[in-house]
Design a protein around this ligand. Structure first.
Ligand code: ADP
Ligand code: MG
Ligand code: ZN
Length: 483
């Protein structure tokens, strides 16, 4: 009998914490500056320089832990993780090894309409490394430049339990985690800029087997789509290998987005290889209950609470509410519309439909969009007042999205006002009916298609601007009256 396999996934996520200065020095963390302009002897790793912990980093780590339902350690410490790489001038990274700041949390995802809880093993603070910029190519002389601006930027590494069972679940976890970090205000979470990064550990095992299979780790997945595809590809690769009688080797891999395959990078290091030991330059950290309570009291609304609010107060379906709460900017847009346009379901339809489609297509975020809530609301009111049809509204919205113009202006400029005047439509309908006697006969002999033909003709004549409800009503009257 064929063995059935299941996929097992655990994610390691690195989020850059939103502080003005680095974790152990006063250098700026701003993204995009000229290379090596935000560097000092501490973050450049000069010998003998002393790190000083940035209190804001600890605060944001606690805030994240609370948002993830985790235990905050009363006492934790920093360790040195030793390895050599050209972007790590000290040859060690300050991280937390066996005493992380947060432990035993969870978050809930929704998958196929069902809630599933994913455990979070731990979250620990650490410093980011610099960046290598590779130049030249193999045919000339390849070389790399080092930019240390990122060296010492604070990170929180969030490690999940191996609780996910597919690429789709991994993606749902990542999307939810991002939403939580954004709502909690702890990270910008810009995957393209690298302020949110994800490594996926993937293994497979025969269904029913308790022990985990041998895993591989896919590094630096920089989009949700890449994460989902890479996990599914890698699971399939492993199953095929096992079915061919091969063994899975524990190794580190990369994802090639273009060809859609994972590739081996190196065999995996073990914790032993890093020779972790407590950093002697940093004292252990004691976190008072009083500080935790103060942070807890200042926690903002989180995605699950916001979702519940949208369901309870506005009767939004659970699915809609979960999409609207994927980012605070989306929720703010929605909330702002709702103040002046209380039809929540119509709003969510537009935001999940046309708005999401255009955001995706143009690869931008809602806060960068030129359509503002007032614009969307004015447009919806024009539909309600019968000035434009729902179909024309989609064209109008796309134009608003691209140009930031008011819907009124677009409708005016392009002559898109809906024709609802019965007299104008009446005349048109009479003419169309008169010149298509055969189709009239078809209609009277019960062919439903014939009615659609007449509607189509009116729409063609008016270039889509006829009010469909009125057209339908007038047509019926006409055809039935003369029958
Ligand atoms: P490291 O990768 O640094 O050795 P861990 O041992 O803590 O760190 O594991 C990292 C991640 O791998 C965790 O998210 C964990 O859930 C996941 N993981 C561990 N074993 C497996 C496995 N056999 N299959 C899938 N994921 C796994
Ligand atoms: Mg790992
Ligand atoms: Zn510095």
């Amino acid at each position: 009998m064929d063995v059935q396999y299941e996929t097992v996934v655990g994610l390691e996520v690195h989020a850059e914490l939103k502080t003005a200065s680095k974790i152990f020095c006063g250098c700026s963390t701003a993204f995009g500056a000229e290379p090596n302009t935000q560097v000092c002897p501490v973050c450049a790793g000069f010998p003998g320089m002393l790190p000083v912990l940035n209190e804001k980093v600890v605060e944001l780590a606690i805030r994240t832990g609370l948002a993830l339902n985790a235990e905050i350690a009363e006492h934790c410490k920093f360790d040195r993780k030793n390895y050599f790489y050209p972007d790590l001038p000290k040859a060690y990274q300050i991280s937390q090894f066996d005493a992380p700041i947060c432990k035993k949390g969870y978050l809930d995802i929704e998958i196929d309409g069902e809630k599933k809880r994913i455990g979070i093993t731990r979250a620990h603070m650490e410093e980011d490394a610099g960046k290598l910029i590779h130049q030249g190519d193999i045919t000339t002389t390849p070389f790399s430049l080092v930019d240390l601006n990122r060296s010492g930027v604070p990170l929180l590494e969030i490690v999940s339990e191996p609780d996910m069972r597919s690429g789709a679940e991994a993606r749902a976890y990542m999307e939810k985690l991002r939403a939580i970090l954004l709502f909690a205000g702890v990270s910008d979470c810009k995957m393209q800029e690298g302020s949110l990064r994800c490594d996926a550990n993937v293994s497979v095992r025969p269904i029913g087997q308790k022990e985990l299979g041998v895993r591989t780790e896919i590094k630096n997945l920089n989009s949700f789509r890449a994460l989902e595809r890479a996990v599914d590809y890698e699971a399939k690769r492993q199953i095929e290998a096992l079915e061919d009688g091969e063994e899975i080797i524990q190794e580190t891999m990369t994802w090639d987005e273009e060809s859609g395959v994972t590739r081996s990078m190196r065999s995996k290091e073990e914790a032993d290889d890093y020779r972790y030991f407590p950093d002697p330059d940093l004292p252990p950290l004691f976190i008072s209950q009083e500080w935790i309570d103060r942070i807890r009291a200042s926690m903002p609304e989180l995605p699950d609470q916001a979702q519940q609010r949208l369901m309870d107060e506005y009767g939004l379906p659970e699915y809609d509410a979960s999409i609207i709460t994927l980012s605070p900017d989306t929720l703010a847009f929605f909330d702002e519309c709702l103040q002046v346009y209380p039809d929540a379901k119509t709003l969510s339809n537009w935001m999940m439909g046309e708005m999401a489609r255009l955001l995706n297509q143009n690869n931008i975020e809602i806060q960068e969009v030129r359509v503002r809530p007032e614009g969307l609301v004015s447009m919806l009111k024009m539909i309600d007042e019968g000035k434009i049809s729902g179909k024309i509204a989609k064209k109008v919205f796309e134009e608003m999205f691209m140009t930031g113009k008011d819907p009124e202006q677009i409708v005016e400029e392009k002559g898109l006002i809906q024709i609802s005047d019965p007299e104008v439509l009446q005349a048109m309908i009479a003419e169309i009916i008169a010149s298509n006697p055969k189709v009239v006969d078809d209609y009277r002999s019960g062919k439903d298609k014939a009615f659609g033909f007449f509607v189509g003709q009116v729409m063609k004549k008016t270039r889509g601007k006829a009010n469909p409800a009125i057209v339908n009503q007038l047509l019926k009257e006409h055809l039935d009256r003369e029958g």
